[in-house]
Design a protein around this ligand. Structure first.
Ligand SMILES: [Zn+2]
Ligand SMILES: [Zn+2]
Length: 288
């Protein structure tokens, strides 16, 4: 059961604390930013009118122009493995995924209005699983990042869009489910070894380690959709991706999708999700 507003959490979870007002946070809701200071019992708490099922707030570690967290209100009792709540979330990503997608777009538009030259061209929604994926909180959460430095992430090292570069060779299929085809993205990454910055940014593992992850798969839904429309409700693809991630890399993994900050299906391109793991991925933020 979630805590009632103003009630102390029955377990220590910083995300539950943020959701029930006992921890301060900068919230995003309905296109507005509202700081809620727990010490002042701030009446502008995002649930003062109607308590949402999904919360969006700024990550206290501001690495980039946009570093937000998107969480469901519910903290389940599931604790083993450490990423079990992340897996539960992805078994039915629904509104949480769509909220992260929308929040990224709104923020990129806001940054563009403030300073068009400095604004990122897109953003990334991702989720860390387990210690190898650098997951730090058990409470389910998606992360949303954007920065001009990350913009190369839409492109394969060859300069092609990722999906086309990885899927043009049908022999790279490594796993299939009823909903999803998993392509091996490592050969495409190998091609880009000389362009380390671009490669590391593309897959989001730590550049200082200077090594590729052992596993990098591109998951593509069988049913054609744009990246934007698929994230309206990721559905079975989300469940299949985390199930295969846990099987192929039980120590942890990372799932991510990149979005261009433009509102058109052509810009978004075909739906796909990148699944990386098999080795320690490094902190999600140390791209440089
Ligand atoms: Zn929690
Ligand atoms: Zn590391």
């Amino acid at each position: 059961m979630p805590n009632k507003p103003g009630q102390r959490p029955t377990r220590f979870c910083v995300f539950c604390g943020i959701a029930d007002g006992s921890e301060s946070a900068l919230f995003f809701r309905d296109g507005e930013r509202r700081f809620t200071d727990s010490r002042r019992g701030d009446p502008s708490a995002p649930w003062s009118d109607e308590r949402p099922e999904v919360f969006v707030f700024e990550n206290q570690f501001l690495f980039f122009d946009l570093t937000s967290l998107v969480i469901p209100l519910e903290h389940s009792e599931s604790a083993i493995p450490f990423y079990s709540q992340q897996s539960e979330l992805w078994s039915n990503l629904g509104e949480v995924g769509a909220t992260a997608r929308d929040h990224g777009m709104q923020t990129v538009e806001w940054l563009r209005d403030r300073n068009a030259d400095r604004a990122p061209a897109g953003y990334r929604v991702f989720c860390n699983f387990g210690s190898m994926g650098e997951q730090s909180q058990p409470h389910a959460h998606l992360q949303v990042h954007a920065a001009k430095e990350l913009d190369a992430s839409r492109w394969a090292p060859t300069g092609e869009p990722w999906l086309e570069a990885v899927t043009k060779n049908g022999s790279t299929i490594v796993h299939e489910t009823e909903s999803t085809i998993f392509y091996d993205a490592l050969p495409t990454l190998e091609e880009g070894r000389s362009s380390l910055w671009q490669v590391t940014v593309s897959v989001g593992f730590s550049a200082p380690h200077r090594s590729l992850p052992k596993m990098a798969l591109l998951a593509v839904p069988r049913e054609a959709a744009s990246q934007w429309s698929m994230w309206e409700d990721v559905g079975q693809l989300g469940a299949d991706v985390v199930e295969y991630g846990a099987e192929a890399s039980p120590g942890g993994f990372r799932v991510m999708s990149n979005f261009p900050g433009q509102q058109s299906d052509e810009e978004f391109g075909p739906a796909h999700v990148l699944l990386v793991g098999g080795s320690h991925l490094g902190l999600y933020a140390d791209y440089f």
